[in-house]
Every structure is written in structure tokens, then in C-alpha cells.
Design a protein around this ligand. Structure first.
Ligand code: SAH
Ligand code: TRP
Length: 325
């Protein structure tokens, strides 16, 4: 069969992308304590560093989620979807397990990866179009907070949101996201959610603070992305990577701790960002879940959990849900 190039829809022309995100970033940098949105991690280098994280011995989520997909892809494929949509698809690495099973079930026609990182999405979509000549690959460069409507393709959809990326959204954004997702889905569509589970703090902290410093580099890279996109003058070497388990919120919080007093110019803000030695810039949370907790959150947003697959050591789970109206 002739290979057809994937269609790539770009919803984030550079100018609009920069303006909207820059605005939000200025506000979050002016807040006390200052913080950043997850989206700032994933330029080309950030995506590469994330890819390295997924291969680290300390970072169990990717390995365990892959094993869950190997074990259960056929059961998931049995729902009979014709369109697989993937949010925050990245390299689409684990996704081939789902695609293989869904092609095997004879129902899959289309794969729709959506990601903010254009280079990564183009490379992944191109590779999959070649690997699966009969599959219609329709990539969307976009923001899953704003461009969910672009995934309205196909009649029976399975939306995969893997890697516990949902845990990187602050609770209010997470709730809004689930409601928005529910509103673009039709009766019978499914959601497959990968969630990292609450476990002993020591292994959680090591997963986000590897001794080789890859995660530290990934964290500091967000400052380089800001410098380039926003015109700030952060010195990444002036910050130390910190990963803390917040037992009350049940999340890992990644921070960048100022090694010395500093002032950072933030174009568009009247005053520079002043950080004292030891003060933190909060860069990312990674919330940890229980299947019961997620089931309740999903229910509130309009989803019923029909299956959940928990790894043997109870590290990670895949939750399959459908909409209830
Ligand atoms: N699904 C892959 C990658 C997870 S990393 C896995 O499980 O390994 C998170 C991915 O989400 C990155 O590729 C990043 O570019 C993307 N992402 C982060 N924020 C996003 C947003 N607001 N909209 C769309 N994609 C986003
Ligand atoms: N969704 C991934 C997680 O929460 C993203 C991630 C992995 C991450 N390692 C990280 C985010 C390190 C920030 C820093 O596990």
C-alpha cells in the first residue's frame, strides 16, 4: 500500500501561541510564590530530555504503564473504536501497543495525536504513517486546554491520555479539563487514562530527582524556554532542582531553588522578579492518585469507569471510562 503523508493541523501559529502563553506566564511569575505552567517544559530539547527520563531506572511510570498496555491492549481494543485520539502524545511510543491491538481487532481507521510540541508531533506522526500505511494519521499541533474540538473526528472514539500527564495539571485545571473533554465526546466514546498511584514517598522522590541529574536538567530547561520565548534573563545555573512530596496534596512538587539572591527581568512586568537565596520557583506538580479518587472525579465530570487495570505492585493504573449521557 502506498504511504500517505500524515495530515498535520496547526492550531498554534507562533504569534498567537506566544502571546497567550506569555501573558499567563507573566501572571504566574508575578504571583507569590512564583510558578510556571507545564507547557514550558516541552520545546525540542525538553521533549528529548523527557524521553531520557522515561528510560531511567528510577522513573518507573513509563515502564509500568507500558507493561499494563502489553497485558491489556486487547481488552481495551475490544471496545471497537474507529478513531484513537491521543492527548499530549509526545513520541507516541507506547501508543503502538494500542494501535496494533486495535488494528488487530479490525476497527481502527484513524489516529489523532495532539501535542503542543510541533517538532515532536511531526516526527511521531510521520513515523506512524510509514509504519501503518493503511492508517489515517491526523496530527493536531495544539493545546489540550483549548483545542479539544479539533479531535472531533470519527464515529467511535477512544481518547488516550497516558503518562499520568493529567497529574501535571493543578486541581482546578484538571477539573475543567475533564469537563471540557466530556463535552466534546459523544455517547459511547471512551477515555483511557494513565494515572500514577500514591505510594511510599521515597520512591516517588527518587523518580523525580534521579542521581544522574536528567530530571534536574529537564526542570532547568524550562528557564531556557522562557528566556527564548518571553525574553527573561534567567540563569539556569543559578537554580537547584528540588523534588518534594506534599503529603497533604498528594503530589510531587518540582521546584527551582535560587542558589543566591537574584533579580530576573520579565519583559512586560513593571518590576523584576526578585528571588532570595533559598527561595523557590514552583515549576511542576505531579499528582498521585487512587483508583477510587479518580473514579469519583471522573463521575463528577460525566464519566463512568468501566474497567481499571492496576499494575502488580500497585504503582500505576490504566482507567477505562465512558461518558454517561
Ligand atoms: N504521552 C507521552 C508523553 C508524556 S509527556 C508519554 O506517556 O510518555 C507530556 C506531553 O504532553 C509532552 O509531549 C508535552 O509536549 C505535552 N503537553 C504538555 N502540555 C500540553 C498542552 N497544554 N497541550 C498539549 N500537549 C501538551
Ligand atoms: N507526566 C509526567 C509525570 O508527572 C511528567 C514528568 C515526568 C515530569 N518527569 C518529570 C515533569 C520531571 C516534571 C519533571 O511523571
Amino acid at each position: 500500500m502506498a504511504v500517505v503523508d500524515p495530515v498535520i493541523e496547526v492550531h498554534l501559529p507562533a504569534a498567537e501561541w506566544r502571546a497567550a502563553l506569555a501573558d499567563a506566564a507573566r501572571r504566574s511569575l508575578a504571583a507569590r510564590p512564583p510558578w510556571l505552567e507545564p507547557v514550558w517544559f516541552y520545546d525540542e530539547r525538553g521533549s528529548e530530555l523527557f524521553d531520557r527520563i522515561t528510560g531511567l531506572a528510577e522513573y518507573y511510570p513509563t515502564r509500568v504503564e507500558r507493561a499494563l498496555l502489553v497485558a491489556h491492549a486487547e481488552e481495551i481494543a475490544a471496545i471497537g473504536a474507529d478513531t484513537l485520539i491521543e492527548l499530549g502524545s509526545g513520541t507516541s511510543d507506547k501508543t503502538t501497543l494500542l494501535i496494533d491491538a486495535m488494528l488487530g481487532a479490525g476497527t481502527l481507521r484513524r489516529y489523532v495525536p495532539l501535542d503542543v510540541s510541533e517538532e515532536t508531533l511531526r516526527a511521531a506522526a510521520g513515523a506512524l504513517a510509514h509504519r501503518y500505511p493503511g492508517l489515517d494519521v491526523h496530527g493536531v499541533v495544539g493545546d489540550f486546554h483549548r483545542h479539544l474540538a479539533a479531535t472531533r473526528l470519527g464515529d467511535r472514539r477512544l481518547v488516550a491520555f497516558l503518562g499520568s500527564t493529567i497529574g501535571n495539571l493543578p486541581p482546578v485545571a484538571r477539573r475543567r479539563f475533564l469537563f471540557d473533554l466530556d463535552s466534546v465526546l459523544d455517547h459511547g466514546d471512551r477515555l483511557l487514562l494513565g494515572i500514577d498511584l500514591v505510594k511510599d514517598p521515597a520512591s516517588l522522590v527518587t523518580a523525580y530527582d534521579d542521581p544522574g541529574g536528567v530530571t534536574a536538567e529537564f526542570n532547568r530547561n524550562a528557564l531556557r524556554v522562557l528566556n527564548r520565548s518571553l525574553g527573561t534573563d534567567f540563569d539556569p545555573d543559578a537554580f537547584e532542582h528540588v523534588a518534594i512530596w506534599d503529603a497533604r496534596q498528594r503530589w510531587i512538587e518540582m521546584r527551582l531553588r535560587a542558589r543566591w539572591d537574584q533579580e530576573v527581568i520579565v519583559p512586560g512586568l513593571e518590576a523584576p522578579l526578585r528571588l532570595r537565596a533559598g527561595e523557590d520557583l514552583r515549576t511542576e506538580i505531579s499528582a498521585k492518585f487512587t483508583v477510587e479518587g479518580v473514579t469519583a472525579e471522573l463521575w463528577e465530570a460525566g464519566f463512568v469507569v468501566e474497567r481499571s487495570f492496576v499494575s502488580e505492585g500497585e504503582e500505576f493504573a490504566l482507567v477505562l471510562a465512558h461518558t454517561y449521557c
